[in-house]
Ligand binder design. Structure first.
Ligand code: M6R
Length: 618
């Protein structure tokens, strides 16, 4: 979603800001802009604001190569209030043109503030955004002290913000504040950086501080001073930005999505490394910091997440029930937070998130915590808001996931939840022999994945190609599965929607006959996920039902299951694994379907329309 970068220092700021914005591109956005504090011929300073609709590349073209100025802010906007236009792009300036604001989040009372500014202050608004009110409010309260002006402006605002403000009167200064939308400051040598995502700073500094909600910071080239919005001073120890595991460059791959699909054997190995303990048949997740006695005392487990992370949670909840006999459920975080859930002290919640910044998931965590529930994170991005809000939890170690469509994070999230289920299981119901067998099967997955990807991912002929041909010509596609494969079906449908924009639907296979089967006609491709598990025969009966209505069946089955394969127009074999582990393998062809269908249809694979990598608004 929206991204913020800022720089104050000795160097020319524009190239650094543009580089930072490029590093934030993966988050999803539709316009970009920057505001530079540039010297004038008269010896003063002015603001130079440049904005463009479209990619950062468009902004780069518009910024003069030698644009002067050693301080400035840059922004990528993902539209919420107002269309995708240059006027709505950030930065927004006040009516004097000497104060510029960039903003992530939503100003909830913007309509009344705007009316007040128009009627009482005679302000002429130039955009449809909620954010523009901030520029005019800062101006209203500005009497020469930038920090106090921003503090006063934010005092009348309700909503969420990561905001950064520059003033032409103060050439070496940025004022920034956070409330519900992340900001991080980074220290260089005679220079200071600001960003909404530490990823933007990784090339420049490793010494960082995460702002907390309702804090405001005065940033100069010498460093920063942080205080609360109510004026109390704050001091945060500088943290070391972790080295990113895995690369955020595309390398020889045409798209990040394809690269990330291929990285899964490696990212999965990283996630499992040292966590499965063959000697005891158990598992160790130090970040959970739970004794066996505490594990036994848990009465119910809730897994919270959105999108792909929710799908991983569905697999995790099933695994917890089966391996640990612990009542478990997965729930979409945005629903959980507003249904006034009943929570007791012996409940444990796991919040699953790749980015660690998803506003809906964060809201659900806060709701669970408010009601006295314990929440632990299952997160990819180290130091992210969700990881810090939970305090305890595990990192899934996928490495940077840049493509908007999540692939390697899903398999690592599933793996981390399976490891947690094994760990909990050994303290509850699972014997050492069963635990050892499950652990061994899990550790074998990266190798099996690698062989499968080698054989299938780049091939120009074969069942993946045949399946994609059916999918790209379809008006509508059905995904079916049962048990953990129902979650895989949901994930496959989500991928095909977001990357290829093909309308599709996933359904637990048996439930389909209660209504959705009416949608099936002779042209409808049905992707059925049918591993050789206890549900296989039942799911094959459902496949027969759609075949009887003329559906064109694409079937994902276990290697060697020729009987299942015979029911399909296109059959795709994946390696054998124990039932709960099958999602790690059966999702691979579905990821490739989405990638290849998107490619065939000329979609913007890594940055699908309307989507953001990190969804920081509700
Ligand atoms: O960063 P998170 O895992 O919390 O993100 C949750 C969803 O927004 C995310 O999984 C989304 O559904 C992906 N685009 C799916 O590919």
């Amino acid at each position: 979603m929206c991204g913020i970068v800022g720089y104050v220092g000795e160097k020319r700021a524009a190239p650094l800001l543009l580089d930072g914005l490029r590093r934030l591109e993966y988050r999803g956005y539709d316009s970009a802009g920057l505001a530079m504090i540039t010297p004038t011929e008269g010896g003063g300073y002015e603001l130079n604001v440049i904005r463009r609709v479209g990619f950062v590349a468009e902004l780069v073209k518009a910024v003069p190569e030698n644009l002067a100025g050693r301080a400035g802010v840059g922004h990528t906007r993902w539209a919420t209030h107002g269309a995708v236009t240059e006027a709505n792009a950030h930065p927004h300036v006040d009516s004097t043109g000497r104060i510029a604001v960039i903003h992530n989040g939503i100003i909830e009372n913007f309509a009344s503030l705007r009316a007040h500014l128009e009627e009482e202050e005679g302000v002429k608004f130039r955009s449809e955004t909620d954010s523009e009110v901030l520029a005019h409010l800062v101006r209203k309260f500005y009497t020469g002290d930038p920090l106090e002006a921003v503090r006063s402006a934010l005092a009348v605002v309700t909503g969420t913000w990561g905001v950064a403000v520059v003033f032409a009167d103060h050439a070496d200064l940025i004022i920034a504040s956070r409330n519900g939308s992340p900001l991080v400051v980074g220290k260089g040598d005679g220079e200071t950086f600001l960003a909404s995502d530490p990823h933007a700073l990784a090339n420049y500094t490793r010494s960082i501080v995460y702002l907390e909600d309702r804090e405001i910071v005065k940033i100069t080239r010498e460093g920063w001073e942080i205080s609360r919005l109510d004026g109390r001073p704050v001091s945060h120890a500088i943290e070391e930005l972790g080295i990113e595991l895995g690369s955020s460059e595309k390398g020889s791959f045409p798209h990040f999505m394809l690269k990330e699909i291929h990285e899964q054997p490696e990212s999965l190995s990283r996630c499992l490394l040292g966590r499965v303990v063959p000697e005891t048949g158990g598992a160790k997740l130090g970040g959970f910091d739970l004794t066996p006695r505490e594990i036994v005392a848990i009465r119910r487990l809730g897994i919270l997440g959105c999108g792909t992370s929710f799908h991983a949670g569905l697999v995790g909840a099933t695994a917890m029930e089966q391996l640990a006999r612990l009542p478990a459920f997965a729930e979409i975080a945005s629903e959980f937070r507003y249904r006034n859930p009943v929570i007791s002290a012996d409940d444990l919640f796991l919040a699953v998130s790749q980015s660690g910044e998803t506003a809906d998931t964060l809201g659900a965590i806060q709701e669970a915590q408010t009601k006295g529930g314990r929440v632990m994170g299952v997160v990819n991005v180290v130091g992210s808001t969700i990881a810090r809000t939970c305090g305890r939890g595990v990192y899934v170690h996928s490495g940077p996931e840049i493509a908007v469509a999540s692939t390697k994070a899903f398999t690592s999230q599933v793996a981390a939840l399976l490891v947690a289920s094994l760990m909990f299981g050994r303290s509850r119901m699972l014997g050492p022999g069963e635990g050892r067998a499950f652990g061994a099967d899990l550790l074998a997955v990266p190798g099996r994945m690698a062989s499968w990807l080698d054989a299938n991912a780049t091939s120009h002929t074969g069942p993946i190609v045949d399946a994609v041909e059916l999918l790209v010509n379809a008006r509508f596609v059905f995904f079916l599965g049962r048990g953990v494969s129902a979650a895989v079906a949901m994930e496959g449908a989500l991928k095909l929607k977001e990357v290829a924009y093909i309308p599709c639907m996933s359904y637990p296979a048996a439930e389909m006959k209660h209504g959705p089967i009416a949608l099936i006609d002779k042209q409808t491709p049905v992707v059925a996920i049918v591993p050789d598990d206890q549900m296989r025969d039942k799911t094959l009966s459902n496949v027969q039902e759609v075949r009887a209505r003329g559906a064109r069946v694409i079937l994902i089955h276990t290697e060697g299951d020729t009987e299942a394969a015979q029911l399909a127009e296109v059959a795709i074999a994946v390696p054998r694994a124990s039932a709960l582990i099958t999602p790690l393998l059966s999702v691979l062809p579905l990821q490739l379907f989405a990638y290849r269908a998107g490619l065939a249809l000329g979609r913007d694979i890594d940055r699908p329309r309307n989507l953001a990598k990190s969804v920081t608004v509700e």
